[in-house]
Design a protein around this ligand. Sequence first.
Ligand code: MG
Ligand code: ZN
Length: 221
Amino acid sequence: MTIRVPVVEKIMSANDRIASQNRARLDNARIYSMNLMASPGGGKTSLIELTIKNLAELLRLAVIDGDVATSIDADRAASAGAVAVQINTGGECHLDAVMLQSALRQIELDEIDLLIVENVGNLICPASFKLGTHKNVLISSIPEGDDKPYKYPGMYRGVDALVINKIDLLPYVPFDMDYFRRGVEVLNPGLLTFPLSCSTQEGLDSWISWVLQQTQSNRII
Ligand code: MG
Ligand code: ZN
């Protein structure tokens, strides 16, 4: 029992070391990168597709998709116009820095401006494994319920932006936006949020502008 804590710490610091190497590779290639996390069905792939479609003429995009099995999501990203790499975790419920490191080897990094990493759908451990990306983004969606910040605090604490997806379903689903936002505010004060709907595309523009602006400012620096 006493052995468990040091082992976990060792794994975490090894992961963090590789995450910093990933960041250095991305920075050297002037790639801006984000790690997109959500529960299964939250809309990660749909948001990625729309982001690609809206930015493909302005930026060179790559998507790395983490899934337990299949290449369905990477195929969708590729058809939308991005360079896409699938990572099958073979049962692992999150991506880690080593998985990203090997996926990065399969991409011509000098030909990419923006990298979106689609993490495995899961609201628990993706928050604990740094990948080395510049921004961590969480998608929450209306049908999941307004209690998610209260039930999965670790996920909300560590992110740089929050997308609230499927707002078109607000009239049909019991979801108290004030209760939800209060929960988020306690965990992550002033968190940047993007309420939107991938189906109706309401609110999508501010997300697209933010991603574009972040990527462009990264290229200037
Ligand atoms: Mg997906
Ligand atoms: Zn996991």
